[in-house]
Write a protein that binds this ligand. Structure first.
Ligand SMILES: [Zn+2]
Length: 178
């Protein structure tokens, strides 16, 4: 999949809606299930969340439950962020309400979300498992930590351990040589 790492940020800059200001970040290790706001049917979970598309006020998921139906009707976006995109609506199988979109085909600027499920934050609630509480998805932020940060942390950790192992081996060699 083509991926433009600046895409999400650009969309964010375009977004004049300040609803997410102060939204609590769904941190790593904080698990949640995503529900239809109208009927509480489970639509997905935080393990499948890939981030947030602020320009469409949506949670990006790589997987949803069988309770999410992809409409057989395909639409072509005429304006806005979905201009020239072909997409279908996502429906809650229980109450039939529209809970999001899946983009089937898109120009490069929207390539990052092609084939991913976009759940509208306004139509979703989250059950935060650790707190046993239900909150509106719009009160949460689903932004992901940049991958490079995690890679750098692993690299630093690896380098520290490598130095430790090296000094241990040097100590063992020294004793063997005695
Ligand atoms: Zn529903």
């Amino acid at each position: 999949m083509e991926f433009n790492k600046n895409f999400l940020r650009e969309c964010d800059d375009d977004d004049d809606d300040d609803d997410d200001v102060g939204a609590e970040l769904l941190k790593r290790g904080l698990w949640a299930t995503l529900h239809c706001k109208q009927c509480n049917t489970v639509l997905g979970d935080s393990l499948a969340v890939c981030g947030e598309l602020t320009c469409l006020d949506s949670i990006i998921c790589c997987r949803v439950t069988n309770n999410v139906e992809v409409s057989s009707e395909m639409e072509c976006g005429k304006k806005g962020q979905l201009a020239n995109c072909i997409f279908s609506a996502l429906l809650c199988s229980d109450c039939g309400c529209t809970v999001g979109k899946v983009v089937h085909a898109a120009p490069p600027r929207m390539a990052a979300v092609r084939s991913l499920f976009l759940l509208y934050k306004a139509h979703v609630t989250c059950y935060v498992l650790d707190r046993c509480s239900m909150v509106n998805a719009s009160a949460m932020s689903f932004e992901m930590e940049p991958l490079m940060k995690s890679i750098n942390e692993v690299k630093q950790h690896f380098e520290l351990n490598f130095e430790h192992v090296k000094s241990c081996l040097a100590g063992i060699r020294g004793k063997l040589d005695e």
